[in-house]
Design a protein. Structure first.
Length: 161
């Protein structure tokens, strides 16, 4: 199976889908609902947890993005980040014990960096960024198969952009 996002033409129309390798079987895994849609998902198997970025309306009526784990077997959701800030895509480690994710805490709102979270303890740590210049951000992480290192892209705005 291949896991992918279908971006809608309007807010809250984004969904997570799967398609068989031969392209014959398309299924919607996470369907948008009123005030909630799904903008990114990653995982190692559809039989275990996925990291899902959710675009939703908070109780304060503010539109926010939050990162969760989602278990497709039992429908259980768990918020990954307990610090307020801008939450982006998450990427599970091969052993599913940790996740790397894109994040900018409220105190540094323009500094999107790669952070990590231990899925058992909830402990988070900044993985990149102390040497990054303003106007640079990190994303698109990928774990090495043994889970010991993470590759990622560091992007930079062109001068004058």
């Amino acid at each position: 199976m291949i896991l992918f996002v279908s971006l809608g033409r309007a807010p809250f129309q984004d969904s997570i889908n799967t398609i068989s390798l031969d392209g014959r079987e398309l299924k919607q895994l996470l369907a948008p609902a009123a005030g909630r849609s799904y903008v990114h998902a990653s995982g190692n198997s559809l039989q275990d947890i996925l990291a899902v970025a959710v675009h939703e309306v908070a109780p304060t009526r503010e539109v926010v993005d939050h990162l969760f784990t989602y278990n497709p077997r039992n429908g259980a959701w768990r918020r990954l980040v307990n610090t307020e800030g801008i939450e982006g895509a998450g990427f599970l480690s091969p052993d599913r014990s940790r996740a790397a994710f894109v994040f900018a805490p409220d105190r540094e709102p323009i500094q999107l960096r790669l952070w990590g979270v231990d899925l058992k303890t909830g402990e988070t740590a900044k993985l990149t960024g102390d040497d990054a210049e303003e106007g640079m951000w990190d994303g698109y992480a990928s774990w090495r198969p043994d889970g010991q290192e993470i590759a990622f892209l560091r992007m930079r705005r062109a001068p004058g952009a």
